[in-house]
Design a protein. Sequence first.
Length: 470
Amino acid sequence: MKFSYKILLCTMLTLAVEFGIGGYVFVNDVFKASLERETGQAMDESSILRFAFETAALNIPSKYNRLQNSVIEEIGANLEKSGQGTGRLLRLSDEERQVVYASEGFVEDTKLLNQIQEKTRAYQIIHPDEGHYYIQTGMRITTLDRVLYLETLRDVTPVYGERERGFAVYRNLTLLILIVSSVLMFFISSWLTRPIRLLTQAARKMTAGDYSYRAEQISLDEMGQLTCDFNHMANVLEENILKLQEEVRAREDFIAAFSHELKTPLTAVIGYADLLRTRKLDDEKHFLSANYIYTEGKRLEAMSLRLLDIIVTKRCALEPQDIKTEHMFSYLRDMYRGHREHPLVFQYEQGTIRAEANLLKTVLLNLVDNACKASETGSRVEILGENRSEGYWFAVKDFGVGIPVEECRKITEAFYMVDKSRSRSHNGAGLGLALCAEILKLHGSGLEIESTPGEGSCFGFLIPRAGTEE
C-alpha cells in the first residue's frame, strides 16, 4: 500500500473513531439532560398530585371515621380528569399495596410500589412495549388515618425519539464529513508525500545509471532537508563513481602503456641478441648491436626503478624536517655544474621549509631534467624560489617547445608523454612527473603548470606554511 494511502486510511479511521465517540457522548449527554428534566417534572407533578389529594380528602364531608375506598376512587378520577391532555396516568393503592384506583392503560408493574417507603420518593424508567418509554414515580400519602401510595406514569417516548434522531443526524453528518475529509486528505497526503515520490524517482534513475539526476527540492521542512541530504549524497556518490571510472581508465591506460613501453625495447633487444647469436658480424656492427641492447636495457632498468619509486612513495610515511631552501638550490647547482647544453639560472629567496629533503630533491631533479629535455641546446632553464604568505614557492621554467593546454592535465599520468619520440630519444618513459605528483601529494601540495606551445613551460609547487618555520 502506498504511503499516501496509509496516511489517508489512518486519518479517516482516527476521524471516524473520534466522531463516533464524540457524537455518542454529545447526544447521550443531551438525552440525559432532557431525561433528568422530565424526571424532575414528573416528581414535581407527583408532589402536586399528593398535595391535591390530601386537600381533596380534607374537604370531603366526614361520614365515616376513616377514608373510604370509594372516596379514594372519586378523588383519583377527579385528579385524572384535571390532567387530561397531558398524557399523565396515576394509580392509588391502599395500606396493603392493593390497587384502589388506576388510570386506564397504567402498567401493571408493582416493582416500584414495593419500594416506596415513608418520607421517600421513588421513580424508575420502564419500557413496557416496543416504542414506548415512561417515567414511573411513587410516594406515600397519609391522610385521615389512611396510608396510601400514589404512583404516576409520564410518557417520555419523545425524549428517546429525540435521542434516536440525534444519533441519526450525527451519523449522517459524520458520514458526510468523512467523505469530504477523505477527498481533502487524499490531495493533502499526495502533496505531503510528493517529496518521497520525487526521491523514489531519483533513486530509480540513479539505479538505472543516470548518476547526474537529482531530486527536486520543493519544501524547506524535514522532507526538504532529506531531499537536500539525498542530493548531497548523490553528488558524493557521483564523484566517487567518476573517480572509480577514472581510476579504472587510468589503470587500463597504464597497462596498455606499460605493455607498449616493454614491447619496443624488448623487440629490439631480442632482435639484436638473435642477430649476435646467429651471425658473425664485423666489429662496428657488433658494437652497434651490443650498444643498442645495452641502451634499451638501461631504459628498462630506469623505468623499473621509477615504477618502484612511485609504489614506495604511495605507501611510505612522510618524515619531514626543517630545511634551508639555500641547501636545495645549492644541491641542484652542484648536480648540474658541468652541464653546458642548458645554462641554469637561479633566482630565489632565503627561507626555511619543513619537508622530506630527499623526496623534494627528486621532484626538483625531475622538473629540471624535463625542462632540459623540452628545450633546444643552448636554451636557458630558470630555477625560481619565492617566499609567499601561504608558504614557499618552487618553480622550474624553460623556453622550449611548450605543452598544449589539453595535454597539461594528463602529463602526471604514468607513461604519458607529450612528445614520445623526443622522450624516448632521451631514454624517458613518462614516469618522472607521475612520481613528482605522488611526492607532492605527501607534502600537501601539487604541481601547477603554465605552458604556451612554442614559448615554454613553467612547473611550480607550493610547500604550505602550515608546516613551515621561517
